[in-house]
Design a protein around this ligand. Structure first.
Ligand SMILES: Cc1cc2nc3c(=O)[nH]c(=O)nc-3n(C[C@H](O)[C@H](O)[C@H](O)COP(=O)(O)OP(=O)(O)OC[C@H]3O[C@@H](n4cnc5c(N)ncnc54)[C@H](O)[C@@H]3O)c2cc1C
Length: 601
């Protein structure tokens, strides 16, 4: 059975040594709450909960899956009890608003816990995970009464939330939504329609489920401009605010999926269900974006968390498994063969996993600081919001692509045993596969990055980020130890702007050029962004080693991983530059009927 140990040393490296979280918290209005003692307690207790409670349920939850019986969903053995412990531990309220029963801690601490949850048991983590996005949407756009009624219960953890967008004919293109909302005399609405693929849409872990549903009012404008957002509770709250009468929303079935078997993915049928409008009519999509942006970062964390757990298990195996001798001669002559970790190709795979996981962690925690700053508001909050908008599709798509590659390498390191269910490595791949799809596929994130976030604001937010990278490179250019990192980083950072200009120019002639370049462009952006964080990690490690640290293995390992990243992963940007430069001609040349010419389907 695979194991998991929360990587607290590396988490502290990023929080304390790379990104100076104590100084970050000192700038926040609620930063006092995040004292070193509290942060430490959260890390220690979070590690204990995820290692001891969630990890043992991961493989059994995958094997057992969710059961569907006549509209009810039974979650795998132990899931319900683990959720109870999570609620008793006060975790759902940790970063929520104190006015509604929250503890008011900075969001970033929730994201650190989330990484541990995603590594230990992604399927379980999606039940409380979906609630977080729903709570954000309610906090920002709900009325005071709605917050009192729903948010308080969700913060307490006794009710959970969902996000109901997708319909059978409507996935990426939400403008196609058909679910209807008819106004009723009492200011509520009758919601009718079918939503599919609703994560945690029905389960047995909480007393009530609060669905946030996108639907159309009569006469609403066509397309995405005519979508409104509604609260549709499974049980309508009674006069005391407790779960009351059963509402007209039912789970019709659950999906049988490639991965995340322990999480229920539901068809939800709304049949004149009582719903309550959030905010103004026809503004639902913008409200839902509050939820979707948080969820996108959350999915990026899923990719990174799975890379981490796969790496931990592959590392243990590579140290233990004896096969063949090192090419340069025996490294463990007393044994029948050398451990496979001596072989360069196995090291390539392990280092790829480590580089993506630890580099991804730094990127996510930086993003977490931006989220804290946005919550704090003011001018700093506005700047942070712009950077956050730029980095969100990179976190979502690049880290899930990297997570999938890392978990796949995890199987490869195990050889044939990786393909066998019992070792648990194939589960990580199956679970990781969905992260590239939901919350907007990689293709859609790439269009968001290049089209909406960069070209539509004339590269302003990209310039803000590349300026920051440039400043770092300039500061370090006189440091001879850092040249091998900052020289290539500075070159790529400049090239990033140049490529953007080139694609932008081509797009003025032909808009298809944006779509043709976008995924390569996103991957390029991801590699350069991670290089910036690996260069910072290298600097901290070099300083610690120069100052005579006693943890030489940790810092030397960090430095060696940075060197690996720069020499073996970052050069992938060269082929991406070449494919971006080729443009869209070879993609668009073929007529649709030529694709399948020669066979009938
Ligand atoms: C396990 C699971 C859980 C989910 N949970 C939820 C949930 O909780 N709530 C919810 O509302 N939904 C949920 N979803 C739905 C998920 O978000 C969608 O499946 C996803 O957004 C893609 O939509 P689609 O499947 O309809 O694909 P489509 O939109 O049909 O896309 C098919 C392909 O075409 C590509 N494509 C589409 N349009 C474009 C374009 N303009 N340019 C380039 N490429 C394009 C896509 O990238 C994709 O590769 C879940 C799905 C799954 C499988």
């Amino acid at each position: 059975m695979p194991t998991y140990k929360a990587p607290l040393r590396d988490i502290r490296f990023v929080m304390d040594e790379m990104l100076d979280f104590p100084a970050h918290y000192a700038q926040l209005p609620n930063g006092d709450e995040a004292s070193p003692e509290i942060v430490n307690a959260i890390l220690e207790e979070g590690a204990k909960f995820t290692e001891e409670v969630l990890t043992p349920l991961n493989q059994s939850g995958d094997a057992e899956g969710c059961q569907f019986n006549d509209g009810e969903v039974v979650t795998p053995k132990g899931f319900k009890e683990a959720y109870k412990q999570y609620v008793e531990g006060g975790w759902p309220s940790m970063t929520q608003d104190t006015r509604y029963g929250g503890q008011g801690l900075p969001q970033s601490l929730g994201m650190v816990l989330n990484e541990m949850i995603c590594s230990s048991n992604l399927s379980w983590g999606m039940y409380p995970g979906l609630s977080h996005g729903a709570m954000d949407a309610l906090l920002h756009h709900g009325t005071e009464e709605q917050k009192e009624l729903y948010l308080t219960k969700m913060i307490e953890g006794s009710w959970t939330g969902t996000m109901c967008l997708t319909e059978p004919h409507c996935g990426t293109d939400l403008g196609l939504i058909r679910t209807k909302a008819e106004p009723l005399a009492d200011d509520s609405y009758a919601i009718s329609g079918t939503k599919i693929f609703i994560s945690a849409g029905e389960h047995d872990m909480s007393d009530n489920i609060v669905h946030l549903v996108l639907a159309k009012l009569p006469g609403a404008p066509e397309g995405s401009k005519g979508i409104s957002l509604f609260i549709v509770p499974k049980f309508t709250p009674d006069a005391n605010g407790e779960a009351g009468e059963r509402n007209g929303v039912q789970c019709g079935s659950i999906e049988h999926k490639m991965g995340i078997h322990g999480n229920s993915t539901c068809v939800m049928n709304f049949d004149n269900a009582k719903g309550y409008l959030i905010g103004e009519p026809n503004k639902g999509l913008s409200y839902m974006f509050v939820m979707m942006n948080a969820a996108r970062i959350g999915v990026g964390i899923q990719g990174q968390g799975l890379a981490e757990v796969s790496f931990q298990n592959a590392l243990a195996y590579a140290r233990d498994r004896l096969q063949m001798r090192a090419l340069s001669g025996p490294k463990a002559p007393e044994k029948a063969a050398d451990p496979i970790i001596v072989h360069p190709d196995v090291r390539r795979m392990l280092l790829t996993q480590k580089a993506f996981s630890e580099g991804g962690r730094a990127l996510i925690y930086y993003t977490a600081q931006l989220i804290d700053q946005v919550s704090a508001g003011g001018d700093a909050g506005k700047d942070a919001d712009e950077l956050l908008g730029l980095l969100t599709p990179i976190v979502k798509a690049f880290l899930t692509e990297a997570g999938f590659e890392a978990t796949n390498e995890g199987i490869q390191i195990f050889g044939g045993h990786g393909f066998i269910h019992e070792w648990g490595m194939e589960q990580f791949v199956r679970d990781a596969r969905i992260t590239r799809l939901y919350e907007g596929t990689t293709g859609i994130q790439a269009l968001d990055l290049l089209g909406r976030k960069i070209l539509m604001n004339q590269g302003e937010s990209l310039r803000k980020f590349t300026k920051q990278v440039h400043k770092f490179c300039q500061t370090e250019e006189g440091n001879s130890d850092m040249v091998k990192f900052v020289a290539p980083l500075a070159k790529l950072n400049k090239e990033w702007g140049d490529i953007t200009m080139q694609v932008g120019m081509k797009a003025m002639q032909n808009r298809e050029e944006v779509g043709a370049a976008s995924v390569d462009y996103l991957m390029y952006s991801g590699y350069v962004t991670l290089a910036y964080f690996w260069a910072q990690a290298a600097k901290v490690a070099q300083e610690a080693l120069a100052n005579g640290t006693t943890e030489t293995a940790f810092y030397k390992g960090k430095l060696a991983t940075a060197e690996f990243y720069f020499s073996k992963l970052l050069p992938r940007t060269k082929s991406l530059v070449a494919t971006i430069a080729e443009g869209g001609d070879s993609l668009m040349a073929m007529d649709v009927d030529q694709f399948g010419a020669g066979f009938e389907i």
